[in-house]
Ligand binder design. Structure first.
Ligand code: FAD
Length: 396
């Protein structure tokens, strides 16, 4: 054995897991294997930077539990280590009467999840809080915040190495085999023999699980989220974070306005099926990954069910005019010239074989490994709770 525990993936979930394990087992050798030259290079480094409050998630789900616990753990961690964040609050807006029942359901759900200070807003109060907003009713969620998750990752990495852990960058995991008393992980550089492996590989968590388990019943489907940044002249139009009422059948929140922790305001992200797992540009294409998604029986059913929404997202991705139109539902004064293209992110969304985009977080536990199979939003907010849950499950 040249390690006790190996964690595949240096995004926020892998780092939070390694951090908790390094606190639990100060005498054990913990290594993080990351294929890129830097940490937080994929989902974690390209997200909206929102600290979610737990408003949306089904009470009792892993998302609800880990988001609320993770929220509190994240704020404690940031306070302890002086990491900048801001609880600026957000507003969810019903654009017309037809969205009010769904808005009310969200309000009730938020209360059930224990959120404090939720406020139902009528038209006049909405205008008071967000003067440029169009909407008939809204909810104010004071607990929502903003942060740069890369700063959290940098501190987690510092804590892991200070506790004796090792972070190996440029280290791609290529195959995994169980041995008599552990796991052998072959990388592009050498190999790691350890007692326990944790798979936190994000967009490739399905592929890494397959290296260990063979065929699995879920597949990661990549959905690109494209953003625009508001020009400084338009920034006065947005005071909080502004969200539409989400489509309950779809696991994404709809394009919205987000104030960024480091300054500026972003609009987006949309959710476009990506032709490559790390396909940040519209033209990025990987033959194997594209057909792998397309031929997955579950995804075919998703396409059949949501083809209209999917085509709408693709159209909006190519047409700035359509993207602007979606944003104008929230703020009619927004114009195309207020929007400057900004870097995109790609979400890892697990899809099962029978045709469901998995709504909840999913962990698969084996004797020698734990696979984090589905950790989409709000997994950055929830990361310290997910990491603690995993660390509690590991017994060496
Ligand atoms: C557009 C967008 C907006 C979002 N907004 C928010 C938000 O506002 N708030 C929130 O809470 N969440 C948000 N999320 C979700 C959140 O960012 C993710 O859930 C979270 O970052 C997942 O972290 P992770 O560590 O699982 O994955 P990642 O950050 O993707 O990390 C996985 C790592 O594994 C590495 N890896 C993969 N395969 C291998 C291999 N074979 N060998 C070695 N390394 C490997 C990758 O290089 C990568 O660094 C958003 C996500 C996106 C994409």
């Amino acid at each position: 054995m040249n390690a006790d525990i190996a964690i595949v993936g240096g995004g926020i979930v892998g780092l939070a897991t390694a951090y908790h394990l390094s606190q639990k087992y100060s005498d054990k050798k913990i290594v993080v294997l990351e294929k890129e030259a830097e940490l937080a290079f994929h989902q974690t480094g390209n997200n909206s930077g929102v600290i979610h409050s737990g408003l949306y998630y089904k009470p009792g789900s892993l998302k609800a539990k880990n988001c609320i616990d993770g929220y509190n753990m994240l704020l404690d961690f940031c306070n302890e280590h002086e990491i900048h964040y801001e609880l600026c609050g957000k507003v969810v807006v019903a654009s017309d009467e037809s969205e009010i029942p769904a808005l009310r359901t969200l309000f009730d759900r938020g209360r059930e999840n224990g959120l404090e200070g939720l406020e139902m807003l009528d038209k006049a109060r909405l205008k008071e809080i967000e003067p440029h907003l169009a909407g008939v009713q809204g909810i104010r969620v004071p607990q929502t915040g903003i942060i740069n998750y890369k700063n959290v990752c940098a501190k987690l990495a510092e804590k892991i190495t200070a506790a004796g852990g090792e972070i190996r960058l440029n280290t791609l995991v290529k195959s995994i085999e169980e041995t008599a008393d552990g796991v052998q992980i072959v990388t592009n550089k050498s190999f790691v023999e350890c007692k326990m492996m944790i798979n936190c590989a994000g967009l490739y968590s399905d592929e890494v699980a397959k290296m260990h388990l063979g065929d699995i019943d879920t597949k990661i489907i990549p959905f690109r989220g494209e953003y625009f940044e508001l020009t400084t002249e338009a920034e006065h139009l947005v005071k909080h974070l502004i969200y539409p009422v989400p489509d309950p059948a779809f696991p994404f929140l709809g394009v919205h306005f987000t104030r960024m922790a480091d300054g500026g305001i972003e609009a987006g992200p949309n959710a476009v099926f990506a032709f490559k797992k790390e396909g940040y540009k519209r033209t990025d294409f990987d033959f194997k990954e594209f057909f792998g998604s397309l031929l997955w029986p579950g995804f075919q059913k998703v396409m059949f069910k949501y083809w209209k929404t999917g085509l709408g997202e693709i159209y909006r991705s190519f047409s700035k005019k359509q993207f602007t139109k979606a944003l104008q539902k929230l703020i009619p004064e927004i114009r195309e010239e207020h929007l400057v293209a900004a870097p995109a992110g790609v979400r890892a969304q697990a899809c099962d074989k029978t045709g469901g985009l998995l709504d909840d977080f999913k962990l698969v536990t084996e004797k020698r490994a734990i696979h984090v199979i589905n950790a989409p939003s709000p997994a950055a907010t929830s990361s310290l709770s997910i990491g603690k849950t995993i660390a509690d499950m590991v017994e060496l």
